[in-house]
Design a protein around this ligand. Sequence first.
Ligand code: LLP
Length: 441
Amino acid sequence: MNTRETLKINARGHLEIGGADACELARRFGTPLYVFDEKHIRDMMAVYRDAIEEEYGGRGLVLYASKAFSCEAIYAIAKSERIGVDVVSGGELFTALEAGFPAEKIYMHGNNKLPYEIAEALDARVGRIVIDALSEADLIEEEAEKRGVVQGVLLRINPGVEAHTHAYVQTATPDSKFGFSVESGAAEAAASYVLSKRHLKLYGFHCHIGSQIFEKQSFVIVAEKCLKFIAAMREKFGFETEELDLGGGFGIWYSEEDPKISASDYRGYLDALFRAVKKACGGYGLKEPFILLEPGRSIVGEAGVTLYTVGAIKEIPGVRKYLAVDGGMFDNPRFCLYGSKYTAVLANRAAEKAEEIVAVAGKCCESGDLIGTAFNLPRAKTGDLLAVLSTGAYNYSMASNYNRNLIPPAVLVRGGEASYIVRPQSYRDLVRNDVIPDYLK
Ligand code: LLP
């Protein structure tokens, strides 16, 4: 939404993130550094929360998909914005609980929840567990029975729609590790199985059709398919669906290939989705279910910027020019994994005209360690500050210590003031869990 509000060029010609001068941030906190604009995050949470409140008057909840960026501060922000969260592992659940996030607003996901993760979710009394396999239903039943409780659950269904950025495909025989296929009858069989469990209360269904989606129609089609399935479940089992979770997936701006989406554009997606739900409910004579959405990327993606210092510069005549930075695939593996495109600016010379196309390389020992191959920048010098934009989602959360590089710290900027939300790692942290067996000493 507001990369334009988050980012500015100030009178000194420096990039400003959430009102903080990027050069000051780099001087104070060092590089590489993840920087997050708190206002952007809160604004985006509010877009979803307010749309649901206005349309559904409390009969819905937005869950921040915390896989996009998980640390204690983000759960604290989500809590203060009165939204829920989805977690996908014991680690995310633990982080949310450590941050004091209310368990009843936590939805637990995962396609292969481990027995101890299910036990932890029950101990914490999470709001819902989203079942993605029959064996999970057995495990949850067992753990709930042990504790003498009834656990609220949703069932993840695969409605046979897969969406990617600008396109969606409807597949008759879906090949996915997620969910139970509606088409094949697996979803119906799973619903019947879950309904037979005494310690599970089935509230309804969940689906998620993909990520970085701009095609409004994808969301409309999936809503229609889910409601059709819900009507069939009433027909078959007399089951009244109370909750429908339509997942996340709303796209953001990374590069000139993507549209810039404003808050009102996001609202447009939601309105189209809500209209589709209402219309289908009307058509099937269904009571409108409590609606859940799970945006991740669109809440934190454009709120984040990564700052790097330019180091070695190598020009290979007739081939390309490489700027090497002090980060790389260990803080942002998305180009390596998906060929993802980003936009970069020289933060200390942000008002200067771009003059050349360069590749930005990381410092890891492999040739594929790139942040991208086509950044349009002024002629950079060693020591310049490079800002890569829209790195708030799936960067820190997918970072690693590859080559024993340190995962960069993260700061949150509020009204121009920055504070750590993830402190720097140290070399000591790297060896903390290492053990040399006695016979090697
Ligand atoms: N709900 C479920 C069940 C999901 O699997 C996901 C994302 C979301 C919600 C949030 O989707 P979002 O609103 O963030 O698009 N690492 C990849 C993205 C993986 C997304 C996985 N699931 C990337 O860097 O692009």
